[in-house]
Design a protein around this ligand. Structure first.
Ligand SMILES: Cc1cc2nc3c(=O)[nH]c(=O)nc-3n(C[C@H](O)[C@H](O)[C@H](O)COP(=O)(O)OP(=O)(O)OC[C@H]3O[C@@H](n4cnc5c(N)ncnc54)[C@H](O)[C@@H]3O)c2cc1C
Length: 469
């Protein structure tokens, strides 16, 4: 057998790659991870999940202090925004967590190869001018922002930014246009709206949050409108121009109904382009190993995360499936276990998704629409307004919906809009992973008073017998 420098070489140190590298090392495999970015942690820790949550959390406090929520509880304050400090705590969070991954690499003896890796053949890559060989190579190169044709992004103090630029704004825009009503656009749009911007979201489809349950999408739109976001649904952007105005820069976004009709111009100090993300495969030298991409420019794998090329594996945003950090992490563990000869499995039917706005929006499993296409279903719904904790906390918006198979009662999907929906959805995912029925959830004792009781009540509603409604 050929001698290799490593048993496993992972390309990319995002949540997929760094987790794969750590688990491979834990399993006794000699492991390296190539990462071109200055810090470990990938999109998630540097410009994704963590920095966006740092700003969402802080801006949520600001908004609560500014008006409704805190005043309703008898706390009256007039908050003052200190944006540099708010941005500073975002950078602190990134620094602490990316440094934590570096510590974990050292602790687990994973070698960090600093630089971008390119395949020379199926068992060797070039990183920073050096050739490194490995018996197994895992591609975990993640994804980057999808550009809008004809629209140039300028994250260095420019007017048209992507999600990275929108995280780093040095002042609150007066008017912000968000192109794309998906998770990232709504989260970052919410941050700047809470801090004082007038935000308009332009979405091509007839509704926000593509891929989520229909009821949830409708309710979410109502809530965002109530919060003061202007929504232009079923609307397409046909052009963005930037001009000098009074020594500064300003954008004009031209939109028209997606189905055709009169054009309209919306002015903005900042335009966020958030129409999706695309896999990072350019420059990897995939041609050198004969690995082809699918029609969506993703790398296809089998259930074990092996590609068609022997010894080459792939995980995370670069392969099909939802572009989510926890999906990438689970695939990272599974691929390492498969490489080590164990059985690594990810159940792609049970991957929760969360929008970290206020209220949070979360779901796992099938939407009602998708479940109906498969056969007869029963649906139980329970409003957060009838949940004692949510009501007491002045958080009346939202509902929980449990979708079960009409014949077997097995839970097929759970959807929540609630202040802590992202935390609540974990119990639904676990129940589904154990093959629970709605009755199993309904007869599980839930602590009182908690928001999670709404999941129990929605499960009881599947058979038409909720108590508090
Ligand atoms: C603003 C924003 C908010 C988000 N919020 C959430 C959230 O709340 N929850 C959630 O689950 N997901 C969220 N996501 C998505 C999440 O960040 C991704 O799904 C996740 O990071 C994917 O992990 P990954 O390991 O596949 O790739 P990535 O995290 O993209 O990491 C890939 C790494 O590979 C490196 N790389 C690429 N090519 C090479 C090469 N040739 N050689 C060496 N290194 C290379 C890159 O520099 C990068 O660091 C968010 C994304 C964004 C942009």
């Amino acid at each position: 057998m050929a001698d290799y420098d490593y048993d496993v070489l992972v390309i990319g140190a995002g949540p997929g790659g760094y987790v794969a590298a750590i688990r491979a090392a834990q399993l006794g495999l000699k492991t390296a991870c190539a990462e071109g970015r200055e810090t470990l942690g990938g999109t998630c820790l540097n410009v994704g999940c963590i920095p966006s949550k740092a700003l969402l959390h802080a801006s949520e406090y600001f908004e609560a202090a500014k008006g409704g929520a805190m005043a309703a509880m008898g706390i009256k304050v007039t908050p003052e925004l200190d944006l540099p400090t708010m941005q500073g705590q975002r950078l602190d969070a990134i620094k602490g967590l990316t440094g934590g991954i570096e510590f974990l690499f050292k602790k687990n003896k994973v070698d960090w190869l600093k630089g971008y890796a390119q395949f020379k053949d199926a068992h060797s890559v070039e990183v920073a001018g050096k050739t490194v060989t490995a018996k197994n190579i895992v591609i975990a190169t993640g994804s980057s922002v999808t550009p809008l044709p004809g629209v140039e992004i300028d994250n260095e103090g420019g007017v048209v930014v992507d999600s990275t630029g929108a995280l780093e704004l040095a002042s609150v825009p007066k008017k912000m246009v968000v192109i794309g009503g998906g998770v990232i656009g709504l989260e970052l749009g919410s941050v700047w709206r809470r801090l004082g911007a007038e935000v308009t979201v332009v979405e091509f489809l007839d509704q926000l949050l593509p891929g989520m349950d229909g009821d949830v999408r409708k309710e979410a739109a109502k809530i965002f409108k109530k919060q003061g976001m202007a929504l232009k649904l079923g609307t397409k952007v046909t052009g963005v121009t930037v001009a000098e105005v009074n020594g500064g820069k300003s954008a004009k976004v031209t939109v028209e109904p997606a189905k055709g009709g009169d054009a309209e111009v919306i002015e903005a100090d900042v335009v966020l382009v958030s129409i999706g993300r695309r896999p990072n495969t350019e420059g990897l030298g995939l041609g050198n190993i004969g690995l082809e991409l699918n029609a969506r420019a993703q790398i296809e794998t089998d259930h074990d995360f092996a590609t068609k090329v022997d010894g080459v594996w792939a995980i995370g945003d670069v392969i099909p499936g939802p572009m989510l950090a926890h999906k990438a992490e689970d695939e990272g563990i599974a691929v390492a276990e498969n490489i080590a000869g164990l059985t690594g499995i990810v159940n792609h039917d049970v991957i929760p998704g969360v929008v970290y706005t206020q209220p949070e929006i979360a779901g796992v499993g099938l939407t009602e629409e998708a479940a109906k296409e498969r056969g007869a279903i029963k649906v139980g719904k329970f409003p957060m307004l009838a949940n004692s904790r949510a009501k007491t906390n002045h958080e009346p918006d939202g509902f929980v919906k449990v979708i079960a198979d009409a014949e077997t009662d097995r839970v097929l999907g759970v959807w929540c809009i609630a202040s802590v929906a992202g935390t609540m959805i974990a119990q639904a995912a676990q129940a589904m992973e154990f093959g629970a029925t709605s009755e199993d959830i309904a007869y599980t004792c839930h602590a009182h008073p908690t928001h999670s009781e709404a999941i129990k009540e929605a499960a009881m509603a599947v058979t038409g017998k909720p108590i508090h409604m």
